[in-house]
Ligand binder design. Sequence first.
Ligand SMILES: Cc1cc2nc3c(=O)[nH]c(=O)nc-3n(C[C@H](O)[C@H](O)[C@H](O)COP(=O)(O)OP(=O)(O)OC[C@H]3O[C@@H](n4cnc5c(N)ncnc54)[C@H](O)[C@@H]3O)c2cc1C
Length: 391
Amino acid sequence: MMLGLLLARAGVATVALEKHGDFLRDFRGDTVHPSTLEILAELGLKEQFDALPQHRVEQLEGMFADGIHALGDFRRLRPFPYMALVPQWDFLNLLATEAQRHDGFQLCMRHEATELVRGPDGRVTGVIARTPDGMVQFNADLVVGCDGRHSSLREAAGLQPQNLGAPMDVLWFRLPRLPSDPSGTYGVPGYGNFLVMLNRNEYWQVASVIAKGEADRWREQPIDEFRAKVARKVGFLADRVDNIVSWDDVKLLEVRVDRLQQWYRPGLLLIGDAAHAMSPIGGVGINLAIQDAVAAGNILARALQAPGLPDESVLAAVQQRRLLPTKIIQALQVFIQRRVIAPALAAEASDRPVELPRIARLLLRSSFIRSLPARILGQGFRREHVQFPSR
Ligand SMILES: Cc1cc2nc3c(=O)[nH]c(=O)nc-3n(C[C@H](O)[C@H](O)[C@H](O)COP(=O)(O)OP(=O)(O)OC[C@H]3O[C@@H](n4cnc5c(N)ncnc54)[C@H](O)[C@@H]3O)c2cc1C
């Protein structure tokens, strides 16, 4: 949607195909980092974004045996010293509404791209989509696959991502939040399983991180046992765990970390999760996808306005621009997965609260050190900026 908006803004005729009838998917990543806030400001959309229902996170904190400790601090970042938690459908609706203000932008809901169309020389020249009115062919100078981690366009192109491995899966659920609850966004470390609690004002969006492939085993236990585990980990949730009525209220996210070696073929480019699925560590997935879209928008708008078809060097330039920042963040995520998460999940399960190690406590006294994770995750590497003025 962001790429569609940027291209339409720059005067390039663009069609966005979305297989669903709306953007209402709970829960698909609502962590809008400062890098994305900057893009919204550059597009003149920050005020409208601020009007969306949201919770601003200034610090990431851990609930340890000896109390709450700040682990990351956004407050030193400029110009936006916070991360916003915003429902993804509101964010996408905002981008869609803005894109539709531009001539030459068309959003086709309930259009599922199923096949690539190729010219006699093998170049991708369009897609075939399943629509409420039957199969429809769209011809295009360039097809961009932004169709997520299970990308069908990637598969149709015969591209296979390299799996970088992940030791965990995530069970997501929500619980009501009361005014007397603590106000932060927390990690609750533990052995065998741990929680992440995102403050969504009226409710807690809770991630229960479990060992990879163990979801079926977890779901074999009665839901009462699961509720009791949550209550033992976070005492103040005990009075409301009954809101998890059955396992239907608990959604599985199969964590994947992967990356394509080559993000393009003649006439086709892949970006976002289709090119590189990210680990949920740091909640960077949507933000990297947005950065890809901005880089692609800057490079492609120029190429698509020039006469002739964009050649492979243009598509290679998008990959070259985004590969290093993606690799750095994925390398950090894989490091944390191997060194911290895998050993914690492999340890004998215990509901005892974990102590923050003394060395970490000493290091985290420094506001500079606390701001580092926020800077790395919130602003990323090689920040993109919108280069084209609106036409
Ligand atoms: C349960 C869950 C929780 C997550 N939590 C976070 C988080 O907290 N923070 C974060 O930053 N990231 C999170 N992520 C990751 C984040 O959602 C992705 O990294 C990000 O959305 C990638 O954006 P994208 O545009 O590349 O793909 P997606 O957001 O997956 O968008 C792909 C779109 O393409 C559509 N589509 C798919 N196939 C087709 C087709 N054939 N034809 C037409 N349309 C199609 C889909 O309906 C979808 O709208 C989470 C992911 C999941 C699954």
